[in-house]
Design a protein around this ligand. Structure first.
Ligand code: ADP
Ligand code: MG
Length: 707
């Protein structure tokens, strides 16, 4: 997607430009003329002949040269007219700053629709409406409400749904020596969607780190696909706000009552390698780490500190974030011993003690030793109080890092943990302006390192497991599945019965219980003898969705006489609970054994089929021990789903107990995901329970809803 006419327009028309101080038209003229933009600027104003010393035009159509981009500031009701003029003039892009569209209700939504029609008719791509505007810092293009002309040479780009918050984050970043490439506030996203903006930044050689601050992401599935292509090349960081108490659907299936829209977002982020962070501050601090420093090759952190206590806290927090602080190898320790005072610890954290007079050497030599140590992947100097206050110490840290990273080309990231008073922030600046990021307090340092390491992990595994798990396509009988589903629809049902579900699954190469639907006790007895005792009996009825709630399931039936009793009991229970239920028969099935897990799915409005995996049985909703991914999942991703649940150790085997066949379970999840992709009419699915034991994974119950 090429959006150069937005980012590097040769000429810009400001529709609604003004000389009147305090007006929007003034702010925009001031911004664009101050930031050093070198293209043509055309003010459009009905009354004035000149705005900001530039010739003003009554209409874009009066301009004789070509115009790439229009920035529209005039009242909402006049915007469609101005857009039409832009269309006739042949402009490629428009940034509609004006508010009063879909965000204010039906009338505004109508106006927005009109705007979108004009965009489509003339092929003008539109950013907004109701947006904060856009910056290309590297060419001094500021067509936004934000003041200022940032420094050039930036590589971080930001898409921010909240214009004001995005700009606040951006100014915070400026205080930390960070530089930006592009900043875009997409507003109501009537035309340009998130995935297009991200895609454009993905192709932009000036954007190395992409930050997104979003309440909602438009066209979720497309966004997911674009992001997946991009993250192996450059990191994408997202903070998704509006996370709490998402709407939970009125639910027929367990999965639907568990999985909301937020879970779908989370799955999309995890699967596409997007780094999801908790807050705007995390986002910007992580962008700093990724922009300033190389990625780590592992998780082993070496710490140098002048405070033992801080070193211990940082160690704890790092381990909580999935990193390690290993004891240094003998060789490194002995080289450190020759430098450090006799009572100092060379183990890791390296404690330089309180020997202030020698901090300069102690820090720089310890850092040098960590650069040279092959068993360390990340270096974290703690600069606390006195070491942070002493400018010469800070400079020596900077110099040794630059020496190793730039001259000796050792690609090991350094994150400084900074603990000092405001008075010494200028010392922090010495490091940050040299590209060495500082984080205040161990907690922030550890958190950011944790995020970085999560991204490095994602990159490591990217090629794993792609080949696994899907059954050979000649094993799949999709036509048969389609005909079962169309029969269900023909009977005006949206509920697919357990025997039908199992038939569908087995057509996808998925192991289900051996079973037969019977319509008499005699038939049931012969089925049971064929399958082999013990067996399970279950009612089959379109009116009975939760079978055991109605006394419709009997397990552990051991012989012919028990069959007769259970059969009779089931029919009696169902008839007394739901007298009108149509009973198709009683299913006699193999009694599966093992641990009960569940595989489910719901259809998310933005991202498509969202799969869930968790421990099964009746407690799934209470325990909420569930992991999520968007379908389709690779075998590797299915494996991650299994490993992510808290009860994973129970599946893996505990105290000498043999673990379950995880490979079969993984394959099963991947195959189910393929079914979901092939049959998008499946809106909800619960396979619960699925039994897993040392040998195999078997589906014992399944329901599907279709639309
Ligand atoms: P429901 O419609 O109530 O979910 P299920 O078919 O899941 O009915 O049966 C209820 C419970 O009975 C299951 O959670 C499981 O513990 C047990 N069960 C069902 N089918 C089998 C089977 N084939 N083998 C072993 N246990 C089973
Ligand atoms: Mg069940």
């Amino acid at each position: 997607m090429n959006l150069d006419f937005f980012f590097t327009p040769k000429s810009v028309a400001i529709i609604g430009a003004s000389n009147r101080k305090g007006s929007m038209g003034y702010v925009f003229m001031n911004n664009i003329t101050q930031a050093g933009y070198e293209g043509e600027i055309y003010p459009i104003n009905h009354k004035e002949d000149e705005v900001f010393g530039l010739k003003a035009y009554k209409n874009v159509k009066d301009i004789s040269g070509d115009v790439d981009l229009a920035v529209i500031l005039i009242p909402a009701k006049s915007v469609p007219g101005a857009m039409t003029d832009c269309g006739e003039k042949g402009l490629k892009g428009a940034v509609v700053i004006t508010g009063g569209f879909a965000e204010v209700g039906d009338e505004g939504a109508q106006l927005q629709k009109e705007l979108q029609d004009i965009s489509e008719r003339y092929g003008i791509r539109t950013l907004g409406p109701n947006c904060f505007g856009l910056y290309n810092c590297n060419i001094g293009l500021n067509v936004s409400l934000a003041l200022g002309s940032p420094e050039r040479g930036g590589r971080i780009s930001l898409i921010t749904q909240s214009g004001a918050y995005g700009m606040a984050i951006y100014t915070f970043a400026l205080d930390h020596s960070m530089k930006f490439a592009k900043i875009i506030a997409p507003g109501n996203k009537s035309d340009l969607q998130d995935y297009e903006l991200v895609g454009a930044l993905g192709e932009d050689p000036e954007s190395n780190v992409i930050c997104i601050l979003a309440e909602t992401i438009s066209k979720g599935r497309e966004f997911f696909e674009v992001a997946k292509e991009m993250t192996p090349k450059k990191p994408v960081i997202v903070v998704k706000t509006g996370r709490t108490e998402g709407s939970r659907r009125a639910a027929l299936s367990h999965t639907a009552s568990l999985a909301g829209n937020l879970e779908a977002y989370r799955a999309a982020f995890a699967q596409s390698g997007i780094i999801e962070v908790r807050s705007g501050l995390d986002m910007i601090e992580l962008a700093k780490a990724l922009d300033f420093q190389p990625l780590p090759k592992g998780k082993r952190v070496g710490i140098v500190t002048n405070s033992g206590g801080t070193g211990v806290e940082l160690t704890d927090l790092l381990e909580e974030c999935g990193l390690t602080v290993p004891e240094l190898p003998e060789e490194t320790q002995s080289s450190l011993k020759s430098v450090l005072p006799a009572y100092a610890s060379p183990k890791n954290p390296i404690d330089v003690t309180t020997l202030w007079s020698q901090f300069t050497e102690l820090y720089s030599q310890s850092i040098a030793a960590l650069f040279e140590c092959p068993e360390i992947d990340i270096i974290m100097p703690i600069l606390l109080q006195r070491s942070a206050m002493m400018k010469e110490v800070v400079e020596s840290v900077r110099d040794v890092v630059i020496h190793y990273q730039q001259e000796l080309k050792i690609e090991k990231p350094v994150y400084v943990c900074w603990v000092s008073t405001r008075e010494h922030l200028n010392n922090m600046e010495i490091l940050q302006s040299a590209g060495i990021p500082c984080y205040e307090w161990p907690e922030r340092t550890a958190r950011i390192a944790g995020y970085v390491s999560g991204y490095a992990d994602y990159l490591e595994q990217i090629d794993n497991g792609k080949e696994i798990a899907l059954p050979p396509s000649d094993e799949l009988d999709k036509e048969k599945v389609a005909s079962i589903l169309s029969n269900v629809s023909k009977e005006s049902r949206n509920y697919v019965l357990e025997p039908e579900v199992k038939q569908i699954l087995s057509l996808y190469g998925i192991r289900v219980t051996k079973e037969r639907v019977c319509s008499s006790t005699d038939e049931a007895i012969s089925a049971a003898n064929e399958i082999g005792y013990p067996v399970v009996l279950k009612v089959v009825s379109p009116e009975v969705i939760h079978k055991s709630d109605f006394g419709g399931v009997e397990i552990g039936i051991k012989d012919d006489s028990e069959i007769i009793e259970a059969y009779t009991r089931i029919l009696k229970n169902v008839k007394s609970n739901t007298p009108d239920a149509k009973i198709n028969g009683v299913s006699v099935q193999e009694m599966a054994r093992g641990k009960e897990v569940m595989i489910g799915s719901v259809k998310d409005q933005d991202f498509g089929s969202l799969m869930a995996f968790g421990m099964g049985g009746i407690y799934v909703e209470v325990l909420k021990d569930v992991s999520y991914r968007l379908a389709p999942v690779t075998g590797y991703e299915a494996g991650q789903m299994i490993e992510e649940i808290r009860n994973y150790p129970l599946l893996k085997g505990h105290r000498g107990e043999k673990g379950v066949n995880l490979e079969e379970l993984r394959d099963m999840i991947a195959r189910v995901s393929l079914l979901l992709v092939d049959f998008p009419e499946i809106t909800e699915m619960d396979l619960n329970p699925v039994f897993v034991n040392e040998d195999e994974a078997i589906i014992a119950d399944g329901r599907i809803f279709i639309n």
